[in-house]
Design a protein around this ligand. Sequence first.
Ligand code: ADP
Ligand code: ZN
Ligand code: ZN
Length: 680
Amino acid sequence: MEQRILQIALDTPLDRIFDYRWRAGAVADEAEPQVGQLAIVPFGRREVAGMIVGLADQTDVPLDKLKDVIAVRSQLSPLSAQWRALCSFAADYYQRPLGEVALPGLPKNLRTLTTTALDRALKKLGKLTANHDGSPVNTPQLKPEQQEAVDAIATAQGFAPLLLYGVTGSGKTEVYLQAAARILAQSEAVGEVAQILVLVPEINLTPQLESNIRARFPGVHVVTLHSGLAEGERTLNWLAAHQGQARIVLGTRLAILSSLPHLKLIVIDEEHDPSYKQQEGLRYSARDLAVWRAHQLGIPVVLGSATPSLETWQHTQAGRYRKLQLRERAVRDAVLPTVKMIDMERDRPNDGLTSTLVAALKLRLERGEQSLLFLNRRGYAPVLNCDACGWISNCMRCTSFMVLHKPERRLRCHHCSLELYIPKACPTCGNVDLQPLGRGTQRVEEGLQAMFPEARVLRIDADSTRLKGAAQNAFDSVHRGDVDILIGTQMVAKGHDFKRLTLVGVMNPDTALFSHDYRASERLFAQLMQVAGRAGRAGQKEGGSPSEVLIQSRYPHHPLYGAVAAHDYDGFATQLLEERQQAALPPFIYQALLRAEAAEIDIALAFLKDAATCLEHTGITINDPIPMTMTRVANVERAQLLIECASRPALQAFLRDWLDVLRQMKTRAKWSLEVDPVDI
Ligand code: ADP
Ligand code: ZN
Ligand code: ZN
């Protein structure tokens, strides 16, 4: 009887490939297995799906230990060599086993479905024709700079990393759409299939993009890939991409690992957005993988932003990426909002609002225009406090406070999700007069309602949009004009194009100015530019009034605010890059972070101390192990060790050897390694 040894990658932390035996006739499917196919195999006491990465005639596994493959998913075409190379690259770069990279990204159904269920799903897919017929909506005539950008993308030969740099409203999305249309048409003209991947930070916050794409490409199969999809739909969409039927895939960071055999263009919208970085498990950067993938395939990759990441900006300055700039807002007469600082030392706030901001809100109410108040802190107040004895609402499981949530009548920890009823009296001294300290969105909402009883005030944050569809409903009511004053967290800063909005008030951005996190100012700048971009999108001839952004601050003369007011990303980025270079920080140096956690901090620190000295090295800086700023989360204590090196290959080589040693070390700490960390 014919037999083969299948080398299979499995989703386990063990960094190795597993051998299994396949015998013709022993499993239902007789076709010879191929590399790239999925196989169901016994592993421990479970049956799991793995990916075939090699075929052999022999194995070192003793015959009595060698197990048989249960089934090969031969009805599914094998994952391509290019896709496997992408996974291998990510596995090597992020120092994880191949199986942990390749398998978790596949829809769960593919890994668990029975053969017949899979045949079902595939049949259903066959029946799906290009949906949404109908005539294409009008496409606007491109402005010269947009045209130049579209031409550059559509005529790029081979690998072409392109920064599409332009303020909110400058017509970047229009460039993506028309470049995509050109590339689809070019391929069709020569009888080829093209697929286009469009990545966005969060799909739920950019519903307009999805509907725009669908309207613009009637007759083209468009699918979405993100974690909010139900398993069945995710499977179908993934299969449509894998089989080449889906021509446009719109997805979040996880979509970068999808199988796209005819990929011809990658677009990353808001490329600077922190949500492109996966923060648990395989901690990859979807943006970096996208650039690698474009390089591998020899295709263009478009990175769009009004405030590019310093990494991307640095590549552009060095000439490695090409800059395509859109200098003006696309809609006729729509001008950038004026940005003004309000000095909170002079104009003392009442209920968190300065008199200048209150007057501006009043003016908008009188004119029937909308206002947006931006405060990146949800809840009613960040702390509850007893004046009599000094008690404060610490979380008993974390190094953090329990946040007061008034409408929900709870104290909530935003880090471990612990919930308690609001105490009626101080737990230490019995004082019944407990005071909220500070201000979150709920408290601002309450204050606004008292101040403007006739105004329609709406709060949008993670709490108000917990239920499915709630965020969509809330945004819809803003677009319909049913809201006068919108108050929200960073959820409202993204993507939305509010036509009636002429005032943006920023309530308390100062904390980020003095953060120990060196990336905080880069993020604050991007956030302020983004929230400012919500205003003034309508053209004045269409009835829009000039709009303004008011920023309340105790440090109104801080250079960061000066740059925001001047809409001067270039100057700001140049300055920051100089500082980073002088301080030897990324992107001028490469970093990795070893994290350890344990019941007690000493265990974590002891492990990191051993780790720091267990291997000889040159050219690598290993810093001292330190407890993390928020040391305790959910009763686990955490510490970290930062490794730095001026050369990426040298760092990679060190990490590989180092991990071999670390894996042999005995410790009660749980540890993980992150390459290119962003939160340190
Ligand atoms: P961005 O993605 O840079 O924020 P968009 O592509 O969403 O900008 O464009 C902003 C607005 O301008 C949208 O309403 C869009 O339809 C419109 N627009 C874009 N390009 C043009 C153009 N060439 N002519 C007229 N309107 C345009
Ligand atoms: Zn007390
Ligand atoms: Zn907690």
